[in-house]
Ligand binder design. Structure first.
Ligand SMILES: Nc1ncnc2c1ncn2[C@@H]1O[C@H](COP(=O)(O)OP(=O)(O)OP(=O)(O)O)[C@@H](O)[C@H]1O
Ligand SMILES: [Mg+2]
Length: 409
């Protein structure tokens, strides 16, 4: 039996980690490999220490620098498998990801980066600012993009500093308020559907997202809300971004308008997988995490540090190739990166009992306890009954749909 330790590097979440640990425990050994799961603690480390982990799922290091530097060390020196490359997630925030996807010919809306309203408060830059900062005409830039537009930080996250701008007064008010945040101006897309896809390894779930509703109603339970070719394009864009940057646990936001798909946000180092927001889709997410981590360890999958971007740029630069054909080529590169066929085959043969195992668990009392505990930790006391009932309803729906799916399979 080959033992593996999976490390979880966590923030303040308990829902999916408990689910993950439990499913892994119930699954037991797979093909001569046994798995243990541990939560990683933060402590001093020598740069030559040998880590105990074979694989780490990280939910913290984008913001918390000590574990981030530990992740880089174990990725660089010890071959620990990480779902997201810590190198590209530090350097390729939203802005760089926009650039990369524009370079590949995707329909990223027109975007301009404007200089800081207040340059960094550092006396070293006073001379630079006085001598080299060009005055610029904010109104003219906005006029070129056209109203409405969005002003948002170049490295955005959690809706911090995002505003929708309809006219020059709002433009100046938002820019004045941006202070030391570095901002993009981006053309607003008037969309029919907001498709948010969550990717975990070779799997992608596309969900209909309703950003204006309260958190617990943002993910609609709706299947087939995209035409088949639009659905394929959305999945391909998500896989492309992830394969390009070596990200295996990420979400991608695309706006669908007419027949066009516009990606607007696809660098989310810590995508939302909360039970209270994903509800119906939560079992899928935890199951995909278990499947992908087990697949990676049993098959000895290695993380590559280099991006080999030339292979993608060669497709982008192919003269006369249509957008659709380029997407097809990108999809092949992405599927090769994720070993999609091998993964599907592995799931069908080595993890064939997992669907039923997860269904039994979600339908049973342990999961219900997790649901109740989660509601108690997220909502104020007077809302516990309401949200418990709400979530139970959605999870019962999943149990019903999943049972029907397994019955016909
Ligand atoms: N170009 C755009 N056209 C239309 N809507 C947009 C555009 N850019 C942003 N939005 C809206 O603003 C929201 C926040 O923007 P964005 O996702 O870029 O920022 P964020 O800080 O990453 O937010 P979040 O953490 O919610 O994903 C989007 O979910 C979308 O509803
Ligand atoms: Mg976003």
């Amino acid at each position: 039996m080959t033992p593996h330790i999976i490390g979880l590097l966590l923030g303040n979440e308990e829902d999916w980690p408990v689910a993950f640990e439990e499913i892994l425990r119930r699954l037991g050994p797979v093909g001569g490999h046994a798995f243990d799961c541990e939560r990683i603690t933060i402590e001093p480390f020598s740069l030559r220490d040998k880590p105990r982990y074979d694989l780490v799922i990280d939910r913290l290091a984008y913001w918390y620098y000590h574990p981030r530097e530990w992740l880089k060390k174990v990725a660089m020196m010890d071959g620990v498998y990480l779902l997201n490359s810590p190198f590209t997630f530090q350097s390729m925030e939203k802005h760089a990801a926009y650039c990369a996807m524009m370079r590949l010919g995707l329909k990223v809306p027109e975007t301009v980066l404007v200089p800081y309203k207040n340059p960094p408060d550092n006396s070293r830059y006073a001379y630079t600012a006085a001598r080299y900062n060009q005055p610029f005409d904010l109104d003219a830039i906005a006029a070129t993009i056209g109203y409405p537009l969005f002003m948002k930080p170049y490295d955005g996250g959690a809706w911090r500093g995002v505003s929708r701008i309809n006219n020059a007064d709002e433009l100046h008010a938002a820019y004045d308020a941006s202070g030391e945040m570095l901002m993009h101006l981006q053309k607003a897309i008037d969309y029919d559907v907001f498709a948010r896809s969550l990717s975990i390894g070779a799997e992608t779930m596309v969900m209909k997202f309703q950003p204006d509703l309260p958190m617990h109603e943002r993910y609609a339970v709706e299947h087939d809300f995209l035409a088949p070719d639009a659905g394929l394009e959305v999945v391909t864009i998500g896989k492309l971004v992830n394969a390009f940057f070596r990200w295996e646990f990420n979400s991608c936001e695309t706006l669908v308008s007419g027949g066009e798909i516009y990606p607007i946000d696809y660098a989310n180092a810590c995508p939302d997988v909360a039970l209270t927001s994903l509800h119906y889709y939560f079992p899928w997410a935890v199951k995909a995490l278990v499947k992908w981590t087990v697949f990676a360890m049993v098959t000895g999958r290695q993380a590559k540090l280099d991006l080999e971007t030339d292979r993608y740029f060669a497709v982008a630069d192919e003269p006369g190739m249509s957008y659709g054909d380029k997407l097809g080529e990108y999809r092949k590169l992405a599927d090769a990166f994720f070993e999609t066929d091998r993964y599907q085959d592995f799931c069908a043969t080595s993890l064939s009992g997992l669907d039923q195992l997860v269904l039994d668990w979600v339908a049973g009392p342990d999961f219900d306890q997790l649901l109740v505990r989660t509601v108690q930790s997220v909502y104020p006391a007077h809302e516990h009954d309401k949200f418990t009932a709400h979530l139970r309803g959605l999870l019962h729906l999943w149990v019903r749909d999943e049972s029907a799916r397994l019955d016909t399979a």
